[in-house]
Design a protein around this ligand. Sequence first.
Ligand code: KIV
Ligand code: ZN
Length: 498
Amino acid sequence: MSVQVRFLDTTLRDGEQTPGVSLTPDEKLRIALKLDNLGVDIIEAGSAITSKGEREGIKKITSEGLSAEICSFARAVKVDIDAALECDVDSVHLVVPTSDLHLKHKLRKTREEVLQQSIESTQYAVDHGLIVELSAEDSTRSDMDYLSQIFEEGIGVGAKRICACDTVGMLTPEKSHDFYSQLSKLGAPLSVHCHNDFGLAVANSLSALRAGASEVHATINGIGERAGNASLEEVAVALHSLYGTKTDINIQQLYETSKMVARLTGVYLQPNKAIVGENAFAHESGIHADGVIKKAETYEPITPELVGHQRRFVMGKHIGTKLLQKRVDELGLKVNQGQLMQIFERVKSLGDMGKCVTDVDLQAITEDVLGFVQEKMVDLEEVTIVSGNKVIPTASVKLKIDDKDILEAGVGLGPVDAAIVAIKKSIADFADIELEEYHVDAITGGTDALIDVIVKLRYEDRVISARSTQPDIIMASVEAYLSGVNRLLADKKEDIKS
Ligand code: KIV
Ligand code: ZN
């Protein structure tokens, strides 16, 4: 493994090629600032030829004077390189397809023609002051002699780095080692670019790095075409914690960066995603949670703080009394052993019904067992929804907040969205509460099913989950949201008092 591994982050180029993702110039800038803070060496900011908006985004990034090298993707044609130059980038990721499959069916060109095109465009970019990372698309299905010739000739006319792309994720860790070992003999700094079609992008990238590649292409959260690219957070933490290899990545920033990219791209993570998923440091079972409370290493390979994440204990039917006691203590409520056992039984029976217990559920159960009810700061008086195929979904709500009636209306993409927009507007003067996640489940079959809605809400740095189960999806959503809002506002009031 090279002494220090460099990262080219391609979230803003390959990542933006995720189906359904399109970022505005300002969103691109926000992500680039975050990536620079994260310590990536190179930011592939986009593909300058794509559109006017894309060029605007890249220009915004280049004018920031970031520490990272700013790069544009370019095909091996003059117009693409000119567009990159117009954006004032430091470098181009200059790409030529090299497999016969791509040459014959996509480019309809001969090997000789593509070789010529590659040499001329590298020369052109170098002559215009750009650093060139010469990249071969579909290189893992290319003839090795031809691939090596493309790279050698490119290096000969000034390419500073070479990159081999596993465009459709065909490598295995063993093949990757073999393949990148051969290319590393060419003498130029070598980059690995892996796709995740078989779920092996990270393993293949690490293998390539062990074989002599010194730069890895990756995206935040592993987003990208089809099954995505190698995930930057997974490669970076594996290098740090499993291989002890140096990088410039500030790994404490990984969770925050991942959240930001998920929010701006709208590509939310599977909960069990390594390193940054919501369950990456969550523990439910009694035995695991008990072990973690005593000594975190028992069931955690790294601490959540290392990557800026947080440990979470989830309550369900596997909960043990120790964890339950801890969670009740965190609510600031005092219970005796008998009361704890009553709460324990109620949490277990919810678990047996297939439900996990949210923070608000636990609060409600505990208060019920203790025989007192927390007053609500925000009460729903009325909600009216208009929806259909010819109207914009619209909601009006009347809330009682601190004994004042507040009336608001909102429109949304659907009736639930409209209702939440109207409620958010009503409470805007009191608190800026963000809906981070929304899950809906039909518990029974049929159109008269009971609907279970769980929401995750954030107020400043506090995150809680709340639920409501009702036959009406809109009412379940509104009640879950308000229940979470009440809990967050009550917590805030307590914080201010103490
Ligand atoms: O995966 C790939 O081959 C690419 C190239 C176009 C650079 O992203
Ligand atoms: Zn790619």
